[in-house]
Structure formats: structure tokens, C-alpha cells
Design a protein around this ligand. Structure first.
Ligand code: AMP
Ligand code: ZN
Ligand code: FE
Ligand code: FE
Length: 303
């Protein structure tokens, strides 16, 4: 089933991209959630792209970390363990990247079991709703699409497309799966502050992912995120594939004012988000290695 990482000769890889800047990608999804590539394949692509470090950030679980780390050790890529949690922030669903969370016992790791149960229950309800809406879709088909575990909405979308109920993944979200649409099913979430505190208590560093999804204008980020920074927020994703250079710079400047890390990544999902590539996003992404150093400085503050 799973492919093992192939050792490769040192001369077959570039050590840094043509620009000469040492770059990283700190937001990547594998088959352990809703990405289509195995952890080893992601690490190989990162090595091919000349990335010095990557973080695997599957939704709500750390199950791919051990395999990614083994491949990363073989290929000489620095692997940062991570996950992406959906947390509640007022009425909004915030995505919180948690870096350096190791697959072992700990306050947040123990909570992940409950989060995974909530996801499974929600997934059952989505299947029921799609059937009520007249679609001939079974849980077994969704599970097969997901490879058994880490089931998320893009897997539902892919099956809907294959069976002719939607034109493409985006259409499946727009008409059925996105927040407020007929097959959207909420699930219980940790509150943002609770998740931040649990992350810090687990010697990890919590970071707001893609802040544009929070319904707050970029000019208001400082006011909006001040309280979270005081609660232990360790960073904000500034170098995101969807952002223009001005917004990336604006968020990085805010991070520096708040004394937290600016981070970045592609949010690669393989063929579920076909326009995004590892390391380069839509082609113009370049996340400097200094982001990793800033995250490590944040982690050092946990002690
Ligand atoms: P889940 O974790 O099951 O709630 O699904 C979250 C995933 O769905 C993330 O990978 C999102 O990028 C993806 N997603 C959320 N909203 C949309 C949308 N409107 N169009 C495409 N993908 C989306
Ligand atoms: Zn995802
Ligand atoms: Fe996200
Ligand atoms: Fe993501």
C-alpha cells in the first residue's frame, strides 16, 4: 500500500532553489488527511524543490509524522511535526497550525482523540445528508477515496464529482459542502484560546493559518489578534500561496510588532488543490528559512 522513500544519490538533488534563497514549506497535507500524496512522496518533492525544511500539517492528527520523518532523515530534509486544527474563534472557524507537536502523549495530543471522534461523527452525518438530498453515495465510497482514515470534505467532493453530482471540487463545496450549504455539518471545536494553551502546554507552537478566512479585514488583524498573542499565539501565516506580496509583507510586519513568528506554506493537497505546488504555491511563493528559526525561538519560550 504505502510506498517507501527511495534513497537517492546526493548529486541528484539541488541544495537550494535557483534564487539562492533557502526556502521551506510549513503547510502540507498528505494522505493522512485530505492530501492525495503519501508522506514519503511529499518529502521527495520537497527535496527535489530544494527545500531545507518542511512541516507536515494534516488535519487533526499526527499519524503521518513518523513516516515523513523517516523519509526526511534519508533525504536530508528537516521535518517539523505539525497538525492543522479547526478551532472556534467567536462565530468563525479558525484554522490553527500547531508546530513541534510530537506524536506522543501530551495535553493537546490527548485531546486530539476527542477531536477525531467529532470528525468521524460529522462525516457520518454528511453521508446521511447527501443521501437525503438524493445522492447515491455510501460511507464505504468516501472511506475508500480517503484511503481509510483522515476523512475530510475534499473526499466527499471527489466522490461527488466522480459520480456526476458536481462539476469539480469547488462546485461540490459551493453547492453542498461549504459552511451554510445544505450538506454542511458543524462539529464541536476547541476554542481558540483553549487550543493555544494546550499547544503551549505540549511544548508546541500555535500559529493562525490563512487569516483571510476569518472574516476580518487585514487592516484589523492587529486589534483582532492581540488577545490571542497574549494567550500564547506563536505566529501567523504570512507567506501564503493565495496572498499578494503586499499582504504577505503586511502580515509579516504585524507578526514582528506582536513579537511572534511569521510563517508560510503552500497548503498543498495534491490533486484536491491542483493549482498548488510544494514549496512554490502558485509559482511565486518563497518562504524563507528564517520562519523556522522564528518558530524555534517561540518554542524555546515554552520552557
Ligand atoms: P474538513 O477538515 O473536512 O472540514 O475539510 C476542510 C478542507 O476542505 C480543507 O482542506 C479546505 O481547504 C477544504 N475546503 C474548505 N472550504 C472549501 C471550499 N469552499 N472550496 C474548496 N475546498 C474547501
Ligand atoms: Zn485540507
Ligand atoms: Fe486550512
Ligand atoms: Fe491546510
Amino acid at each position: 500500500m504505502s510506498r517507501q522513500a527511495r534513497p537517492r544519490p546526493h548529486w541528484s538533488r539541488r541544495l537550494s532553489p535557483p534564487s539562492g534563497i533557502v526556502t521551506v514549506d510549513l503547510h502540507l497535507h498528505s494522505t493522512f488527511s485530505d492530501g492525495t500524496e503519501e508522506p514519503e512522496a511529499i518529502v521527495e518533492s520537497a527535496a527535489d524543490a530544494g527545500l531545507k525544511a518542511i512541516a507536515l500539517t494534516d488535519h487533526d492528527n499526527l499519524n503521518g509524522i513518523a513516516r515523513a520523518r523517516q523519509a526526511a532523515d534519508t533525504l536530508g530534509v528537516e521535518l517539523i511535526s505539525g497538525t492543522e486544527l479547526s478551532v472556534g474563534w467567536g462565530d468563525a472557524a479558525m484554522h490553527l497550525l500547531v508546530y513541534f507537536l510530537e506524536p506522543e502523549n501530551g495535553p493537546l495530543q490527548d485531546k486530539l482523540a476527542e477531536v477525531q471522534h467529532g470528525r468521524a461523527t460529522r462525516n457520518d452525518r454528511i453521508v446521511g445528508r447527501l443521501q437525503e438530498l438524493g445522492m447515491d453515495i455510501t460511507f464505504a465510497e468516501i472511506s475508500e477515496e480517503a484511503g481509510g482514515t483522515g476523512i475530510g470534505r475534499p473526499h466527499f467532493a471527489a466522490v461527488m464529482v466522480r459520480k456526476g453530482y458536481a462539476a469539480d471540487i469547488g462546485d461540490a463545496f459551493d453547492r453542498y459542502l461549504a459552511t451554510g450549504r445544505p450538506a454542511y455539518m458543524p462539529r464541536q471545536r476547541l476554542a481558540a484560546v483553549e487550543a493555544i494553551e494546550l499547544a503551549r502546554a505540549s511544548n508546541a507552537v500555535p500559529v493562525i493559518a490563512h487569516p483571510h478566512t476569518l472574516g476580518v479585514g487585514a487592516d484589523d488583524y492587529q486589534t483582532a489578534f492581540q488577545g490571542l498573542a497574549e494567550a500564547g499565539l506563536g505566529g501567523i501565516e504570512a507567506y501564503y500561496a493565495e496572498y499578494d506580496p503586499a499582504l504577505r509583507g503586511h502580515i509579516a510586519g504585524l507578526c514582528s510588532q506582536l513579537g511572534i513568528a511569521a510563517t508560510g506554506g503552500s497548503d498543498y493537497h495534491g490533486t484536491y488543490k491542483p493549482s498548488l505546488s510544494i514549496g512554490t504555491g502558485k509559482g511565486d511563493l518563497s518562504v524563507p528559512y528564517s520562519c523556522v528559526e522564528a518558530l524555534r525561538a517561540q518554542q524555546a519560550g515554552n520552557r
